[in-house]
Structures are given as C-alpha cells and as structure tokens.
Design a protein around this ligand. Structure first.
Ligand code: HEC
Ligand code: HEC
Length: 344
C-alpha cells in the first residue's frame, strides 16, 4: 500500500525543542475495489490518516459517547455480524431502552450518500449526532461528549496528532469517526472473487443461477456491487399498526414518501439477521417467501413489484428461491468481519 508521510514537527523555541512532540502522521490510501463504483464521499474534504483512523476507532469503541458510559457505537454495531446488533429485532441503547428500528450494518459507507432507514443524514460526517443524542440510543449531548474527551489525556494527544489544529471539537470528532467508517470496505467475498476472476471465486451451478436470477429480479433496486441504488422505496411490507413507521416521510414530510425505506445493501446478508427496517424476518427464507407471496398493496408500493398480470411481488419457483439464497450467501466476507484493523 502506498503511504505518504506527513510530518508535524514539534515547535522549537530559541531555548529548546520539545522533542516529545515530534511525531509523524501517515496518510492512509483509500483503495476503491475494482468492481465498485466511484465513492460518493469526497475523500479530499477529509483525508484519511493513520492517526485520524486510530482516533475514529477509539471513539467508535468508547462508552464515553453515551450518557451511561457503557453504550458505545460498537455496542450495537458488532464486527462479527458485519457491524449489526445480532439477535436484536430492535436496537437497545442506554438503560436497555428499546428503539423502533433494526440496526443496519456499517460497511462500504464511502459508496453511499443516504444514511438511516429514512435517510435522516445525507452526509456521513453528520451521522454520529443522531445516535449520540437519540434518547433510546446513547442519550447524550455533543457538548458533554466533547467535555469528556477534553478531560482525557489520551484524546488530547490523539487529536493533536490527527489534526493540524489539534482541536477537540465536533468537526474533528466526526471527521475522525468518518475516517474509521470509510475504511470499512467489504469487497472480498466469494462473489467479489468470482466477479474479479480471482482465486477462491469458483461459483457452483446453483450460485451462478442465483446470480442470474438476482440480476433479473432484484438488481433494479439492490444495484451495483454495493447492492443499493441509494434510493428510498416501498417494497410492500404489511404495515405494522403498532409502530406505523412512516419511513422516508418522517424526514421529508411528503406524502409520496410514506412507507419508503432506504434500499439496504445486501452484503454480508447471511450475518445480519433479522431483516428489514423493523427486523420482522428472522431468515432469508422468510424474506424470499415475502417477496414471492407477501407483498401488499400499500401506499406508494414500488411499481417494479406490480406485475402486468395484476399480481404483486416477485414470482419464483422453490428451486429459484434456493438458488437466490445460495447466491446471497456468497456475499459473506470473512476477511471483513475478522479484519484486525476494525477490531477493538
Ligand atoms: C443503540 C444502538 C445503536 C448505537 C449505540 C449506535 N447505532 Fe448506529 N444505528 C443503529 C440503528 C437502529 C440504526 C438505524 C437508524 C434509523 O434508521 O433510524 C443505525 C444506523 C447507523 C448508520 C447508518 C447506516 C446506513 O446504512 O444507513 C451508521 C453510519 C451508524 N449507525 C453509525 C453509528 C455510530 C458512528 C455510532 C456511535 C456514535 C452508532 N451508530 C451508535 C443503532 C445504533
Ligand atoms: C422495488 C425495489 C426492490 C426489489 C425489486 C427488491 N428489493 Fe429487497 N429491499 C428493498 C427495500 C426498500 C428494502 C428495505 C425495506 C424495509 O425495510 O422497509 C429491501 C430489503 C431486502 C432485504 C433485507 C435487508 C436487510 O438488511 O434487512 C433483503 C434480504 C432483500 N431485500 C432481498 C431482496 C431480493 C433477494 C430481491 C429479489 C428477489 C429483492 N430484495 C428485490 C427493495 C427491493
């Protein structure tokens, strides 16, 4: 990997040089996987460095970001499960308060421009404010978080190494967290190796059929090798009257956005159960059964799911369903979930 060295040399006065302040910060090169589209995130606006990444990682794993000192980002976003909260239908935050949405994975964030199921944030740098201040997640204020960080010597040192102005402020905090999340690229699954013609990418007949079916029936929404078109759509889930989550409309207040949710990426999907914005399905089999015979005519149902013969959903035989599931499992990326760079 190409490395550029940026040196911040300590200040010399006419009396002495503060040698202990001499250190180097190294630029980390963000490599776009060959089969991926161009990143959405403007990497020039926040150049990723070794120290910035290290700081972002420390913040991601630190309970200081929450009011009870326990709930860190990683509490809900666990690496083994592609940074989701395994086994939890809804997220659980401070004092075990329960949210109303399922925790999505954090992966390939550089290639997305809408965050949350309803797109509450359109920039990754703005995202952490949401969980930090959400009463059922971290229930803290940004001012308090900054105060806690300013009182911590390890953070004072890391901020001064990671950023030229060395300030412990919201801007630098969120930029460092983005640097960590931007590097979290999942692009070494069996599928990637198949597509790039690399070793370890031999697809079975079932997997090949599954990929073909996926391209025909699913890829219009789960698009490109990021497996999302970054749009909001209603895929016809029956409305849950208890929660009545309006989805995208919560943000835009526009009636046409009612019940539309972010098209999720399907990478590492085998590891991220339960599925959908409210975690209503426990298995891929239930998800596929839903597309085959569970799609409902709800307001703003996506036209792609309305068939010319008047039926709704995606018609698949039992065998085709099995093939699609076999294909989806090729999106599991062992390297990503065991990569030490992202581990605590
Ligand atoms: C209590 C559990 C919980 C904690 C703590 C938490 N998250 Fe999340 N995260 C969620 C849930 C739930 C969502 C979906 C939110 C929504 O759609 O309203 C989410 C969404 C996200 C997304 C958007 C992913 C996408 O594909 O749209 C990112 C990025 C993210 N979280 C990063 C973080 C960071 C950084 C922190 C720490 C500052 C954090 N999360 C803390 C549960 C949590
Ligand atoms: C019309 C667009 C569209 C089509 C076509 C479509 N999906 Fe989806 N898919 C979505 C949306 C939107 C969601 C999220 C819905 C929600 O949570 O409310 C979703 C969610 C999913 C999820 C759950 C992901 C998660 O992280 O919880 C899986 C798995 C999935 N789709 C697989 C498929 C498969 C396989 C096909 C083809 C058989 C397919 N989808 C076709 C739009 C679509």
């Amino acid at each position: 990997m190409k490395k550029i060295v940026i040196a911040f040399i300590g200040v010399c006065t006419f009396l002495s040089c503060k040698k202990e302040e001499v250190y180097t910060n190294v630029a980390l090169v963000f490599e776009k996987p060959a089969n991926f589209p161009e990143p959405d995130y403007d990497l020039n606006s926040n150049p990723i460095t070794e120290k910035g990444f290290e700081l972002g990682k420390k913040l991601f794993y630190d309970g200081k970001l929450s009011s009870d000192g326990v709930v860190s980002c990683a509490f809900c976003h666990q690496q083994k499960f592609a940074f989701t909260h395994h086994g939890h239908q809804f997220s659980h935050g401070v004092e075990d308060r329960v949210g109303k949405r399922n925790t999505p994975p954090i992966q390939n964030m550089a290639f997305q421009n809408q965050f949350s199921w309803d797109g509450a944030a359109f920039h990754l740098d703005l995202f952490p404010i949401i969980p930090i201040t959400n009463p059922v997640e971290m229930d803290e204020t940004v001012t308090n978080v900054l105060k806690k960080l300013q009182e911590d010597a390890a953070y004072t040192r890391l901020f001064s190494q990671a950023f030229e102005d060395g300030k412990i402020n919201a801007d630098n905090t969120f930029k460092a967290m983005s640097q960590f999340m931007l590097m979290m690229v999942s692009a070494n699954s069996k599928y990637d190796k198949y597509i790039r013609g690399e070793k370890g990418g031999d697809f079975s007949v079932e997997e090949k059929n599954g990929l073909q079916l996926f391209k025909n029936k699913c890829a219009s929404c789960h698009t490109s090798d990021v497996f999302t078109d970054n749009s909001f759509r209603n895929n016809g889930l029956p409305i849950n009257p208890e929660i009545n989550d309006l989805g995208r409309m919560t943000v835009t207040l526009v009636e046409e956005d009612k019940y539309k949710f972010k098209v999720p990426s399907l990478r590492n999907i085998e590891l991220t159960a339960p599925y959908m914005h409210d975690g209503r399905f426990g298995s891929l089999n239930s998800v596929l059964n839903f597309y085959i015979n569970g799609v409902q005519e709800t307001p703003n149902l996506d036209p792609i799911l309305k068939n010319t013969n008047g039926t709704l959903g995606i018609q698949l035989t039992e065998e085709e369903k099995e093939n699609i599931i076999a294909f989806l499992k090729t999106l599991t990326d062992e390297q990503f979930i065991t990569d030490k760079r992202f581990a605590e």
